[in-house]
Design a protein around this ligand. Structure first.
Ligand code: PL3
Ligand code: FE2
Ligand code: FE2
Length: 251
């Protein structure tokens, strides 16, 4: 009886081990098929969004430098990184044999792009920084982190390098807003009210194609809210203010 029990335990142990190995194995096999037409079709839009996003990020940092001339060197560095990101993602599309749908991507960004241009014209630096260095960077960080888990090996490597830079960009905006919080809080709140709903819409718009790339919508949303809330907390807003700001996404 005792002996029998022992054998059973050992068998259980063996089969548990096997299951773990199998599931680890299936996990890496669980990646989508990067060669199907449906994958490539979704990728043609997502890849374009990312390429356009990186280009616009470059242009936005160059524009922001005009509002903070003594930060020209630092902002030019950030802008240069964005061009490198654009090149990297262009290579990802080429590697999969996908032609990026740039017209789609330009439309995808047009509202947010327009708001940035208006803020720039009015020299509303706080709004410019919230749009580019906080909202867009947090959006990129969350999407890239989710993508890394399901990307093809070539794109995974590139995206891992890119996401490290995006944290630097987010941090740049965070530190500026933190230092200037006493004078920029009101504008920050207003810019959030106008632009956070746009980010939510963009997330909704990209969700279907993202799911074809095995990226989960809820996960994207969660990752974004975590990155955004963490940043607002770092900037020095309290929980109530952050909750009020987050609310703008659901109304
Ligand atoms: C900031 O440096 C760049 C901003 C880019 C915006 C990113 C939007 C992301 C949408 C979902 C993309 C998933 C990742 C796929 C990568 C090929
Ligand atoms: Fe970037
Ligand atoms: Fe960036």
């Amino acid at each position: 009886m005792h002996n029998e029990q022992k054998i059973t335990d050992m068998q259980t142990l063996e089969s548990t081990k096997k299951t773990t190995e199998e599931s680890t194995c299936t996990n890496s096999l669980n990646l989508p098929d990067f060669t199907t037409d449906s994958y490539k079709d979704a990728y043609s839009r997502i890849n374009a969004i990312v390429i356009e996003g990186e280009q616009e990020a470059h242009d936005n940092y160059i524009s922001i430098a005009k509002l903070i001339p003594n930060e020209l060197e630092e902002l030019t560095k950030l802008a240069r990184m964005e061009m490198k990101h654009k090149k990297g993602f262009t290579a990802c599309g080429r590697n999969l044999g996908v032609v990026a749908d740039m017209d789609f991507a330009k439309k995808f960004f047009s509202k947010l792009h327009g708001n940035f241009q208006i803020a720039l014209e009015k020299e509303n630096l706080t709004t410019c920084l919230l749009i580019q260095a906080i909202l867009i960077e947090a959006f990129a960080i969350s999407a890239y982190n989710v993508y890394i888990r399901v990307a093809d090996p070539f794109a995974k490597k590139i995206t891992e390098g890119v996401v490290k830079d995006e944290y630097l960009h987010l941090n740049y905006g965070q530190e500026w807003l933190k230092e200037n919080l006493s004078t920029c809080k009101e504008e920050l709140m207003e810019a959030n009210k106008v632009n956070l709903p746009l980010i939510k819409k963009m997330l909704d718009q990209v969700a279907e194609d993202a799911s074809t790339l095995a990226m989960d919508r809820e996960e994207l949303m969660e990752e974004f809210m975590i990155a955004y809330q963490d940043t607002l907390l770092e900037i020095g807003l309290d929980n109530r203010e952050i909750a009020r700001m987050a609310m703008a996404a659901i109304v």
